[in-house]
Write a protein that binds this ligand. Structure first.
Ligand code: PMP
Length: 297
C-alpha cells in the first residue's frame, strides 16, 4: 500500500459535500490553494475505528481557516459527521484522516476575495510515522538551518499549508545527511519543535520535563495530552524558553504529534539522549487513552 502514489489509490473521498471515487477527487491547476498556499488542513488518527479528539481537530481546522481569512462552509458538527462518514465508508480501523480546505479558482492573483472555499476529507489505514525499528532505539535529528518564523510574520498557531514549506526543506536536508528528522529553532534561536511534532526533554533524577513554550509554533493536541499524562505520573512540567546549549543537561528527549505519537529521540546534532523507561510509559498510557473507548466497552 505504501508504494502506491496517493492519487492512484482505490476508495472514496469526501469532496465538497459528496462522496466521490478516489480518482475523481481532482482540482484545476489554476487554483489559489496551490499557487498561494491558501489552504489549511488537519491530521487526525483513527484508533479502533474512532477518531481521537475529533472535535479538537475540527475546532483547530475552523480556527486555522479563520486566521487565513476564510470560513469553511460547514459547521463543526457537519465536519465531524463527514469525517466519521468517510472513515466508515473506507472501513478505516487504525489510520489517518486528512481534512483540507482551500481557496478555489475564481480569482488568480494575490487577492482572492471571491474565491469559493472547497473542502475535502481523505482517510486511509496507516501505521507508524517513523520506522518502528528506529523508533525503538530513538530517532536522530539534525539542527535545521531554517527558523520557525516570528509570530507577527505568519499565522503560526495553525495548520496552514504555507507553514510547512520550511518543514519540508528541513526534513529533506536532514534525510540527505542520514537523520530521521530536524530540530527547528525559533526566530530568537530558542528550541522550538521538529518538522511535524512537538518536543520534550526529561531530567529523570528530579522528575522534571522541560518543553518549549508554544509561542510561535503549534501547541499540539498530542502535546497537551502528554502533559496531562506526565503530570499524572508525578512529573513537573516546565514550559519555558530553552537554549540549544542546554540540551546537554537533559537525559532523555521525545517528540509528540498525531502522526509521531510518542517518539524517543537518541540524538540532536552533537547531543545524545537515553531512551528511558518513562518514555515507554508515556506512550503506553497514551495508547491506553486513545484506544480507551473500545477497551472499556
Ligand atoms: N507541530 C507541527 C508543525 C505539526 O505539523 C504537528 C502535527 N499536527 C504538531 C506540531 C503536533 O500537533 P498534534 O499533536 O496536534 O498533531
Amino acid at each position: 500500500m505504501e508504494s502506491i502514489p496517493y492519487d492512484k489509490r482505490e476508495g472514496k473521498i469526501w469532496f465538497n459535500g459528496v462522496v466521490v471515487d478516489w480518482k475523481d477527487a481532482k482540482l484545476h491547476v489554476l487554483n489559489h490553494g496551490l499557487h498561494y498556499a491558501s489552504c489549511v488542513f488537519e491530521g487526525e488518527r483513527v484508533y479502533n475505528g474512532e477518531i481521537f479528539k475529533l472535535r479538537e481537530h475540527t475546532d483547530r481546522l475552523i480556527y486555522s481557516a479563520k486566521r487565513m481569512g476564510f470560513e469553511i462552509p460547514y459547521t463543526a458538527d457537519q465536519i465531524d459527521q463527514a469525517c466519521n462518514e468517510i472513515i466508515k465508508i473506507q472501513n478505516v480501523k487504525n489510520g489517518y484522516v486528512r481534512p483540507i480546505a482551500w481557496r478555489g479558482s475564481e480569482m488568480m492573483a494575490i487577492s482572492a476575495q471571491k474565491n469559493k472555499i472547497h473542502f475535502a476529507i481523505a482517510t486511509w489505514e496507516w501505521g507508524s510515522y517513523f520506522d518502528p525499528k528506529i523508533k525503538e532505539v530513538g530517532i536522530k535529528l539534525n539542527i535545521s538551518k531554517w527558523r520557525r518564523p516570528a509570530p507577527n510574520t505568519i499565522p503560526w498557531d495553525t495548520k496552514a499549508a504555507g507553514l510547512y514549506m520550511i518543514c519540508t526543506l528541513s526534513k529533506h536536508e536532514a534525510e540527505k545527511d542520514g537523520f530521521n528528522d530536524s530540530l527547528m529553532l525559533d526566530h530568537e534561536d530558542f528550541v522550538a519543535e521538529a518538522t511535524g511534532a512537538n518536543i520534550f526533554f526529561i531530567i529523570e533524577s528530579s522528575k522534571e520535563i522541560h518543553t518549549p513554550t508554544p509561542d510561535c509554533f503549534l501547541d499540539g493536541i498530542t502535546r497537551r495530552t502528554i502533559i496531562e499524562i506526565a503530570k499524572d505520573k508525578g512529573y513537573k512540567i516546565i514550559e519555558r524558553k530553552i537554549e540549544l546549549n542546554e540540551l546537554k543537561n537533559f537525559e532523555a528527549c521525545f517528540l509528540t504529534g498525531t502522526a509521531a505519537e510518542v517518539t524517543p529521540v537518541s540524538q540532536i546534532g552533537e547531543y545524545t539522549f537515553k531512551v528511558t523507561k518513562s518514555i515507554d510509559e508515556f506512550f503506553n498510557k497514551y495508547l491506553e487513552i486513545v484506544n480507551k473507548k473500545k477497551v472499556s466497552v
